[in-house]
Ligand binder design. Structure first.
Ligand code: FAD
Length: 469
C-alpha cells in the first residue's frame, strides 16, 4: 500500500514539476514582451500586504505560481512556487506532520513576499526570519534569465534578495526548511508590570530555548504579556482556545488566563482572524467581533486578515463611510509599522515610545540570527537578539504637522538606536539614512549584475516616499 502511495506522490511531483516548467516558459515570454519598458513591478496580488500607494507601471503577472511542489520529510524541506501562500504551505506540510519553520501570521503572505519583504513570527527566536530558512530559489532577474540561486550558486543574489522587495527580481520557486509538529500547542501566559522585567524574561526565554514559540504583547505602559508556546499531544485539564469564538488579543489580555491549549492551525492563524487587534479599531462594527455567536455565524467569512485588511482600508479611506460608524477618524495618521530593536536597547525604545507615541498595543516578537555566517546586505543589525515591535493603528496628529509626523519620529528614534524597519509600510528616510542601514555597495553590485538595464525600480525609490512603483 505504501509503495502505491509513494508511486502516486512521485507521479504528482513529476506532473507539478512539468507544469512549473511551462509556467516558467510563459513568464519568460511575458517578461520579454514588456522588458523594453522600465520600472516593471509585480501585478498587485488580490491580497497584497504592501501598504504603499501605487502608481500604474508595467506589471509582471505571477499569479499562476501558487503551488506546493514537494514536501520532503526525509530531508526536512518544502518546495513551492513563489506566490504560494503560507496558508497553503502550512496545509500541505501539516497533513504529513510538519510545518515551515517560520510561518508568518497572516494567511495570504506568500513565500516570495516573505523573502523579499522579511517575515517574522513566534518561532523566529530560534530560526530567525523566513529568509534565513530558505535553501534555494529560482529568480527571474532583470536580464530575463531564470536563475537557481543557493548559498553557493549566485551567492550575491541569494543574499541580496531578502528585503529587496522585487527590485532585483522575483522569486518563482523556493525551497524552505520544515520541522515536525504535534497536534496542539500549550501556551503559558506570563504577565509583567514593567518593561525591565518583561525584556529580562524575553532574554532568559530565548537563551533557555525551553519553549517552541515565543511572543510578547504590550497592552500599556504597565501591562506586558509574554506567551511561551510548546508542542504537546495532550489537551486534558486545559482550556482549548478556539479562534472562531474569541480573538487571541481578547484571550491574552484577560488577566484570568494563565495557560491555554490551541490546535496547531488555530495557533498559526491566531492573529489572522482579527488582523492582530484590528477588529478593535472598527468601533461599533468591531465590537460585534467579540460576540461568539456572531463569530461562529455571519462573521465567520470575515475572520481572515485578507478580507479584514480590505474592509479596514475601505472604512478608513472611502468617503461613503462616515467615521462615526466605524470609529476610525480620518485625519489621523496611519501608524502601521514594524521596527526591530536589538534587545539591549529595547527598554530605552519602550520608554521613548511610551512618552512620545503612546499608542498601544504593541506586538513584541524576538528573533535571532539563525546563520550568523550569512550576511544579508539588506538585513543587518548588531547583536544576537532583536525584538520586532509591531504597532498597527491610527493616531491623531497635532495641528500643523506633516501627514507622516509620527512615522518620521519613529524612524529617527529607531535610527538613533541602530534598529531596522519593515519596508512594507510607509518610510520617509533620506537616502543617507536609508543606505546607512543597508549595504548600498553590495546592493548596487547585484543590481549591476542582475538588472543592468534597470527594468525594475531601485530599492530606495520603491520604498521611500508617498507613492511606489
Ligand atoms: C498590518 C501588517 C502587519 C504585518 N505584520 C507582519 C508580521 O507580524 N510578521 C511578518 O512576517 N510580516 C508582517 N507583515 C509584513 C509582510 O510579511 C510583508 O509585507 C510581506 O512582504 C508580504 O508578503 P506578500 O506575499 O503579501 O507580498 P506583497 O504584499 O504582495 O508584496 C510585498 C513586496 O514583496 C514583493 N514581492 C512579492 N512577491 C514577491 C516574489 N515572489 N518575489 C520577489 N518579490 C516579491 C512585492 O513586489 C512587494 O514589493 C505585516 C504587514 C502588514 C500590512
Amino acid at each position: 500500500m505504501s509503495a502505491v502511495n509513494d508511486a502516486i506522490v512521485i507521479a504528482m511531483q513529476i506532473d507539478s514539476s512539468k507544469v512549473y516548467e511551462q509556467k516558467k516558459a510563459n513568464v519568460l515570454r511575458q517578461f520579454h514582451r514588456i522588458k523594453g519598458a522600465k520600472q516593471i513591478s509585480l501585478k498587485p496580488k488580490k491580497n497584497t500586504h504592501f501598504l504603499r500607494k501605487r502608481i500604474k507601471t508595467n506589471t509582471l503577472d505571477l499569479s499562476a505560481f501558487t503551488n506546493v511542489l514537494r514536501v520532503d520529510t526525509d530531508h526536512g524541506l518544502v518546495e513551492a512556487e513563489g506566490l504560494t501562500s503560507f496558508f497553503d504551505l502550512f496545509a500541505a506540510t501539516s497533513t504529513v506532520g510538519y510545518m515551515p519553520v517560520v510561518v508568518p501570521e497572516f494567511r495570504a503572505i506568500t513565500i516570495g513576499g516573505a523573502i523579499a519583504g522579511l517575515g517574522v513570527e513566534a518561532t523566529s527566536f530560534r530560526y530567525g526570519l523566513v529568509h534565513e530558512n530558505i535553501l534555494e530559489m529560482d529568480i527571474i532577474t532583470g536580464t530575463g534569465d531564470i536563475l537557481t540561486v543557493t548559498p553557493q550558486k549566485h551567492r550575491d543574489l541569494f543574499l541580496c534578495m531578502p528585503n529587496s522587495l522585487g527590485t532585483l527580481g522575483y522569486v518563482l520557486r523556493a525551497v524552505m526548511r520544515i520541522t515536525p509538529i504535534k497536534r496542539f500547542i500549550r501556551v503559558d501566559i506570563r504577565r509583567f508590570r514593567g518593561s525591565g522585567a518583561f525584556i529580562d524574561a524575553i532574554r532568559s526565554s530565548v537563551s533557555s530555548g525551553r519553549q517552541d514559540f515565543l511572543e510578547g504583547l504590550i497592552v500599556g505602559p504597565e501591562e506586558y504579556i509574554l506567551a511561551e508556546g510548546s508542542w504537546t499531544d495532550k489537551t486534558e485539564q486545559d482550556d482549548v482556545f478556539d479562534v472562531s469564538v474569541q480573538s487571541w488579543y481578547r484571550y491574552l489580555t484577560d488577566a484570568r488566563h494563565q495557560r491555554v491549549v490551541c490546535t496547531a492551525a488555530d495557533y498559526m492563524w491566531r492573529w489572522d482572524t482579527d488582523v492582530f487587534w484590528g477588529t478593535r479599531e472598527l468601533g461599533f462594527l468591531g465590537s460585534l467581533f467579540d460576540r461568539p455567536v456572531l463569530r461562529r455565524t455571519i462573521l465567520k467569512p470575515m475572520l481572515r486578515s485578507d478580507r479584514l485588511l480590505k474592509l479596514h482600508h475601505m472604512l478608513a479611506y472611502h468617503p461613503w463611510f462616515p467615521n462615526v460608524f466605524t470609529g476610525i477618524v480620518r485625519k489621523k495618521e496611519q501608524l502601521i509599522q514594524d521596527v526591530g530593536i536589538t534587545i539591549d536597547r529595547c527598554e530605552e525604545f519602550l520608554w521613548w515610545y511610551q512618552n512620545t507615541i503612546g499608542m498601544y498595543p504593541l506586538w513584541a516578537c524576538p528573533g535571532t540570527k539563525a546563520h550568523a555566517q550569512q550576511v544579508y546586505p539588506l538585513y543587518q543589525w548588531k547583536g544576537n537578539v532583536l525584538v520586532d515591535f509591531g504597532f498597527y493603528g491610527y493616531k491623531r496628529t497635532p495641528a500643523g504637522v506633516s501627514d507622516h509626523y509620527y512615522t518620521t519620529l519613529v524612524e529617527q528614534h529607531m535610527l538613533a538606536l541602530g534598529g531596522i524597519k519593515g519596508l512594507y509600510s510607509t518610510s520617509y528616510f533620506t537616502p543617507h539614512e536609508f543606505w546607512g542601514m543597508h549595504d548600498r555597495d553590495a546592493y548596487m553590485e547585484a543590481e549591476k549584475r542582475y538588472d543592468p538595464n534597470s527594468v525594475f525600480p531601485e530599492l530606495y525609490d520603491k520604498v521611500v516616499g508617498d507613492v511606489t512603483k
